[in-house]
Design a protein around this ligand. Sequence first.
Ligand code: FAD
Length: 113
Amino acid sequence: MAHVVIIGGDFAGVWSAAGAALARGDADLRITLIAPDEHMVLRPRLYEPEPDLAKVELGRILEPIGIEHRRAWMSTIDTVRRVVVADGEEIGYDRLVLAAGSKARRAPGSARR
Ligand SMILES: Cc1cc2nc3c(=O)[nH]c(=O)nc-3n(C[C@H](O)[C@H](O)[C@H](O)COP(=O)(O)OP(=O)(O)OC[C@H]3O[C@@H](n4cnc5c(N)ncnc54)[C@H](O)[C@@H]3O)c2cc1C
């Protein structure tokens, strides 16, 4: 069975997983999303009065469309052997989507306000 692995549980990762599930049709295709958190955080809504509510349980999105959620942190990608290492475990893939997002970085010398 072919295996699609997606790294990341936010907008890019979840939409990639949903897109793969849609494209799967009747094909024999396993889809796994690897992300450490139980929830997807809706960042565009973080400015709202109760930012803690701006999240959705990943299981509610992924389970109904047959996507496995591995709560783990990916540390290594071996593109030759087509495996990722997540929390010390090797997971083989046929296709890999890296949707691990970004982190804000301060420009060198820029002071905190
Ligand atoms: C306050 C705010 C308001 C915004 N408003 C808008 C807006 O109005 N419109 C708009 O288009 N955009 C907006 N954005 C930007 C938008 O939220 C981001 O572009 C979007 O969330 C990026 O999604 P992403 O999936 O690419 O990455 P992230 O959101 O960075 O998600 C990355 C995911 O990868 C996981 N991950 C990272 N490294 C690993 C690893 N090694 N192993 C396993 N998992 C890993 C993380 O846990 C997370 O689940 C806003 C952002 C903020 C903060």
